[in-house]
Design a protein around this ligand. Structure first.
Ligand code: NAD
Ligand code: TYD
Length: 377
């Protein structure tokens, strides 16, 4: 039996990874290790919480002693590490928390895994430390083609009527790291520590860098769930700057499937980029989102565009992200499963039919955070 710790399993992406592994691998023991910060929510896992192969442990990844004793207690063979502080705007306000969780937390997991695995007769045989990172570590790409050009790739993730690239350059696995925000700087640092543990101690590590995710259970401080909820409540939609920044979007379940593929078949010490060649300017995406929500709510399509409010830009706002995931697609056969409009329609439908989930989050502490975040914009 494989015993796997998934850190951050109560968060957005982590909950999809936990659900996939618990359902797909009944013979594995899946330990969801999560501190339950503001972003962690056990309601994300209601449907699998009573499965016999699932265990939840409330713990902080920075707590080295606890992690080491959990490694021993559960005889852990693998770690899939997603726990992190993940929101760029928060990192601008409070960079220390990001350094602590993302850098020291990752280091404490690495060191605990090393001490435990090195104490076993088989040492690193059959073991795996898989670190989930972001494309933001590569920095920002130029927007050489603001009107969009035909991209060099065709995949199922791109919609039929929108399949554009906004520049000729992409993020490749070989790119130099060039992070700009405290969030991406902390993730970059953690990626370096993971690779250093392979190079120094021969720990079997893998790192993946994924583009922006969207889908159910995302905390509503991120663009898509925030805007769906604001449209529902007729609240302003705060678009940073001119809304011209480009992000590359992947449906969260496609990311979870990629993680499964890479955890089982990826090569040790390799890096894989994960993305669906699906670039959107924020303002174009927001308009698709508005039309989809209006349709679902029975409003006139586009009526909620009047809620769009241009606000002061994010400090150091990266202009364009675009992932090249050719390596993953060619070497491991993964590909995204959805066209973007399908994914957005499913996402909108999920948030509108799970309003209780949203309302439980958007009361109390969140309300204070939201008001504070937007009061000066
Ligand atoms: P999230 O903010 O939704 O969830 C983070 C989870 O980590 C929460 O459950 C939280 O309670 C937990 N956590 C935070 N600090 C912890 C600590 N000290 N100890 C234990 N648990 C702790 O994040 P997400 O969007 O699901 O992102 C998950 C991972 O994927 C992160 O590492 C992020 O950098 C990476 N990533 C995210 C995206 C994206 O679009 N969301 C894209 C690429 C990569
Ligand atoms: P976000 O969901 O925070 O992801 P990231 O910063 O990791 O890419 O933001 C996605 C894009 O949307 C980013 O360019 C910032 C922009 N944005 C807004 O315009 N308004 C908002 O209220 C938020 C949260 C984001």
């Amino acid at each position: 039996m494989k015993s796997i710790i998934i850190t951050g399993g109560a968060g957005f992406i982590g909950s999809h990874v936990v659900r996939l592994f618990v359902n797909k691998y009944p013979e594995y023991r899946i330990i969801n290790l999560d501190k339950l910060t503001y972003a962690g929510n056990l309601a994300n896992l209601k449907d699998i919480e009573n499965k016999p192969n699932y265990t939840f442990v409330k713990a902080d990844i920075c707590d080295f002693d606890t992690i080491l004793s959990l490694m021993k207690q559960y005889e852990v063979d693998g770690i899939i590490h997603l726990a992190a502080e993940s929101h760029v705007d928060r990192s601008i306000k409070d960079p220390f928390t990001f350094a602590k969780t993302n850098v020291i937390g990752t280091l404490s997991l690495l060191q605990a895994a090393r001490l435990y695995w090195e104490s076993l007769p088989e040492q690193y045989e059959g073991k795996r430390f898989y670190h989930i990172s972001t494309d933001e570590v590569y920095g920002a790409l130029e927007m050489t083609h603001p009107e969009g050009i035909e991209p060099p790739f065709k995949t199922t993730a791109s919609s039929t009527d929108h399949h554009l690239a906004y520049g000729t350059d992409f993020f490749y696995e070989t790119n130099k790291y060039n992070p700009h925000s405290p969030y991406s700087a902390s993730k970059a640092s953690s990626d370096h520590f993971v690779r250093a543990f392979h190079d120094t101690y021969s720990m079997p590590t893998i790192v993946t860098n994924c583009s922006n995710n969207y889908g159910p259970y995302q905390f509503p401080e991120k663009l898509i769930p925030l805007f769906i909820n604001n449209i529902r409540h007729h609240k302003p939609l705060p678009v940073y700057g001119k809304g011209e920044n480009v992000r590359d979007w992947l449906y969260v379940e496609d990311h979870a499937r990629a993680i499964d593929t890479i955890f089982h078949n990826g090569k040790i010490a390799e890096t894989y980029n994960i993305g669906g060649f699906n670039e959107w300017k924020n303002i174009d995406l927001i308009k698709v989102l508005i039309r989809t929500v209006d349709r679902a709510l029975g409003n006139e399509e586009g009526a909620s565009e009047k809620l769009i409010t241009y606000v002061t830009d994010r400090a150091g706002h990266d202009l364009r992200y675009a992932i090249d995931s050719t390596k993953l697609q060619k070497e491991l056969g993964w590909e995204p499963s959805l066209q973007f409009e399908e994914g957005i329609a499913m996402t909108v439908e999920w948030y509108l039919s799970n309003q209780e989930w949203m309302d439980n989050i958007t009361s109390g502490e969140y309300e204070n955070y939201y008001n504070e975040m937007y009061k000066n914009r």
